[in-house]
Each structure stands twice: as C-alpha cells, then as structure tokens.
Write a protein that binds this ligand. Structure first.
Ligand SMILES: Nc1nc2c(ncn2[C@@H]2O[C@H](COP(=O)(O)OP(=O)(O)OP(=O)(O)O)[C@@H](O)[C@H]2O)c(=O)[nH]1
Ligand SMILES: [Mg+2]
Length: 457
C-alpha cells in the first residue's frame, strides 16, 4: 500500500455513518486551524489548546450548523498534530456539507486508520498500542475490553520492549568483542546470556500459548451444539440465548443450516452454533448441513454433545461419546456431554451417565444456569485475563518466529559458533521483537495494519 502524503491536513467523520444526535468530524494537520478560521464564526488563533468553544460553521454567508469545536494544539493531541474536532448535529446532510466544505478549503479525506497511523509515526504510541485501539473499539465484552485496554496502555509493549532492551545490550557487547577480535576478549558473559535467553524463551512461549485464550476472548468463544436429529439442539440454543432464535420441531432434520448467536457470560463472549442433526441421510440439503456441522465442530473451542435420554440406553450413549471423542474432538477442544429431556425420563435410573455429563431439560430450561457456569469455568481454567495475553494474529505470528529465532541463538551458543554469527542471530531476534512494537517497520507492514482500521480513527 502506498501511503498518501503525511503532510496533508486530513478530515473524516469519526462517529458512525448515518444519523445520530451528534456527529464528530475530525481534522488533523498543519492547516487545521487555518481551515477552521475560514469556516468558523470565531477566530480561534488566540484560543489555547484543550478548549471547547461554541459557534457556527458557515459556507460563505450560509449557516450550516451550530457546533461545538474542540481544539488540540500540537504536540498535545492524539496525532501529535494540530487537531480540531467539530461536534455537529448528526444529520447525514450536515455531515456531508461540513466535510465537503473542509475539503474545499484544502483538507483531504483521511484513509482508514490514518489518524492512528500519524499518532504512531509521530511517536505518540507504539505499534501494538495503536493496534489495541482497533481492538478496543470493537470490544464487546469485559474480557475483550480489558485485554485491549491493557495493550493500549502499553502493558504488552513494555514487556516486549524490556526483553528487547536486555537482548540489545548483549548484542552490543558481542559486537564490541568483534572490534577487539584479535585480542580474544569476552565482554558478554556467556552464562548471563544463556540465562537471559532462557528467560526470554520462557516469556515468549507463554505469550504464544496465551493466544489461544486471547483470541477467543477477543472474538468470542465458539461453542458448537451437536448431536443426533431431535436431540434438542435448537431448543438448547434458544434456552441459552433466552429467545426463539432457531426453529424447533419434532420433525427430525429440522435444522439444516447452522444458526449462530452470541451472549456474554461473566464478561466473556460465547458464540453458540446450532448445527444440523448428524445422521445418515439421502437428502442432499441435509447432507450439506451435516458437512457444515462437522466444519463448525472443527473450529469450535467447546463442543456441546447433546443426547436425547428417551429411548436410548446408557451403554449406547457411552459408546457414541467415545466414538465421537476419537473421531471428532481435537486436543485443544473441550467436550461437554449433555443428556437432554430429563423431564421425560427417570434420571435417577441413569447412574452410568451421572459422572460423564450433565442432565438437562432444554425445553424446561432446567440446569441451563449450571451449564453456563461450566462454560465459564472451562474458559477461565485455561488462563486469566488479568495476565498479559496475546490477542493479535500478527503478534502471535511474530512471537512464534521469535521463539524459533531464540532457539537458533541457543543452539549457536551450544555449538560455540563465532561471535559474528551469534551477533547476526541475535539481531534477527531483535528485529522480530521490534516488529511488534514498531521499532522496526516497513511501509508494507504499516499498510496492512492500518488498512483494517475504520476511517476516522
Ligand atoms: N420434553 C422435552 N422435549 C424436548 C426437550 N428439548 C427438546 N425437546 C423437543 O424435541 C423436539 C426436537 O427439538 P429440536 O430442538 O428441534 O431438536 P434438534 O436437535 O434441533 O433437531 P434437528 O434440528 O432436527 O437436528 C422438539 O419437539 C422439542 O420440543 C426437552 O428438554 N424436553
Ligand atoms: Mg435443530
């Protein structure tokens, strides 16, 4: 991606598209105040930073709106540049008129994430903090909010930067040795370097592992509801969501496509996926539904395997569970067995099932609260969102490379490779760590990151 001129003064709507009570239009760059002075009813030249003033926006003699203007003078602003924020009435017509007016006076419409890009380029935030803004904006649960907030406030960056700094000190010492190569001196204590590498290795591996948890916190924990036709999967989905989301009927094969919806339990977002009942069928649409069901099972973090207690013996159920576990449950997935329609049978007789799952009545809503508690505890048992967790795919990919690169350095030490080769391998690790925080960047990297931002941020 080619960046547009960073010298331009940019403008964009920073509130959502469409009508609202108020809309905010943001302007950033060196011509900000000059442009504002041409369209605003008051001269703002003498108005200090961080002040809010009332006035009108005018196109020639025509008053477009009564607005409130917020002024931030560089370098004390989000982007580090002069910024003005126009809070106008949220009519789409007014928004359009004001934006057009600003563009006519010399501003340019901002690209996606261009305000954040400038904040990064002007040293207001590092790259991972800037990325956290996008996560913060899209957070929908307490957990997602908390990890994004921690990352935005620099918790994650500080850990990475601290590791990088320590390693950098070592790299410098080793490179210094190279300057004295004739004299056979060792400035960098190899034992200390090994300890440091072990420490970084441990930290990086725990961060890599935290992604599995971090990723579900951010995008919701996918929970697939599976089982034979008529087991009550759709009834269970409806009970969990507390609404009539999926069609329920006593006809086997009612659900053909997958039906998904989310709820937040104890601060964590869960995405439930109701699937087509699994059975042998000649119906081509149903077959496609079953194929989709298996696809969803593969991607789920938690699988709810549902059985109809009525008319099926315990040993049959147990056999089916073990078959399903072998065939369809991966190592990183959790399986929860549910025995449904407990209102229709004598549960006390089903002693063999007692310890391997939960008796529920989806229809009567019985034990659904217990199920919710189990779901939360299964997610929380993995980690806590108070720790630093990696939620960003890019960071995860880089950290995996860092782990491999550290291993290479360690191997090199074991094989007592020469200082110059060691220094090169350490440089590689340093560069990778630097890519997370943005100490090392390329236009391509920045282009990819900011292309996913919304315009106006
Ligand atoms: N008595 C009783 N009936 C239930 C219970 N749960 C579901 N049912 C009934 O079982 C039938 C099938 O329910 P569904 O939720 O449509 O079953 P499903 O697993 O989604 O079925 P398919 O979509 O065909 O795979 C309906 O008549 C439900 O009312 C329960 O806990 N108790
Ligand atoms: Mg169904």
């Amino acid at each position: 991606m080619k960046f547009q001129n960073p010298e331009d003064t940019i403008c964009a709507l920073s509130t959502p598209q469409g009508m609202g009570a108020i809309a905010v239009i943001r302007l950033s760059g060196s011509d900000t105040f000059k442009i504002i002075n041409e369209v605003f009813s008051r001269d703002i030249t003498e108005i200090p930073s961080h002040k809010v003033i009332f006035g009108t926006i005018k196109d020639g003699e025509e008053i477009i709106d009564e607005i409130v203007l917020s002024i931030y003078r560089n370098p004390n602003s989000f982007t580090g540049e002069d910024i003005a924020e126009i809070s106008c009435h949220g009519s789409t017509y007014i928004q359009e008129r004001i934006l057009n007016l600003l563009i006519n006076k010399g501003a340019r419409l901002a690209g996606p994430g261009e305000f954040s890009l400038r904040a990064f380029l002007n040293g207001k935030m590092d790259l991972s903090q800037t990325e956290a803004i996008a996560d913060l904006i899209s957070s929908r649960s307490k957990a997602a909010h908390k990890v994004a907030m921690n990352q935005m406030r620099g918790g994650f960056s500080q850990e990475i930067s601290a590791l990088r700094q320590e390693l950098l000190n070592f790299a410098s010492l080793i490179e210094l040795e190279l300057d004295f190569s004739e004299e056979d001196v060792e400035f960098a204590d190899r034992k200390e370097l090994t300890d440091l590498l072990d420490k970084i290795d441990k930290k990086v591996n725990s961060l890599v592992a935290s992604f599995q948890y971090g990723n579900v916190l951010k995008s919701g924990v996918p929970v697939a509801i599976v089982g034979a036709p008529n087991a009550g999967k759709s009834t269970l989905l409806n009970a969990l969501l507390n609404e009539d989301r999926a069609i329920v009927s006593d006809i086997a094969g009612t659900t053909r496509d997958t039906v998904e919806d989310t709820i937040v339990l104890d601060g964590i977002e869960f995405r439930f996926i109701d699937t087509a009942g699994i059975r042998d069928t000649k119906d081509s649409i149903e077959t496609e539904g079953i194929r989709k069901a298996f696809e969803k099972i593969k991607k789920a973090r938690i699988i709810l395997l549902l059985f109809d207690l009525e008319g099926v013996r315990d040993d049959e159920i147990i056999e089916q569970i073990s078959l399903f576990e072998k065939k369809s449950v991966q190592e990183d997935q959790e399986l929860i067995c549910l025995f449904n329609k407990s209102d229709k049978v004598k549960v006390d007789d089903r002693v063999n099932l007692k310890d391997i799952g939960l008796f529920i009545s989806a229809k009567k809503g019985e034990e659904i609260d217990d199920l919710k508690k189990i779901l939360v505890s299964r997610v929380k048992s993995v980690s806590s969102y108070d720790d630093t967790v990696v939620t960003n795919v890019r960071h995860h990919e880089i950290l995996k490379k860092v782990a491999a690169s550290i291993q290479k350095v360690k191997d090199g030490m074991d094989q007592q490779i020469t200082g110059d080769l060691l220094a090169m391998d350490i440089r590689e690790t340093l560069n990778l760590l630097g890519e997370i925080t943005g100490e090392i960047t390329t236009d391509d990297l920045l282009g990819n990151i900011f292309a996913n931002f919304c315009i106006g941020k």
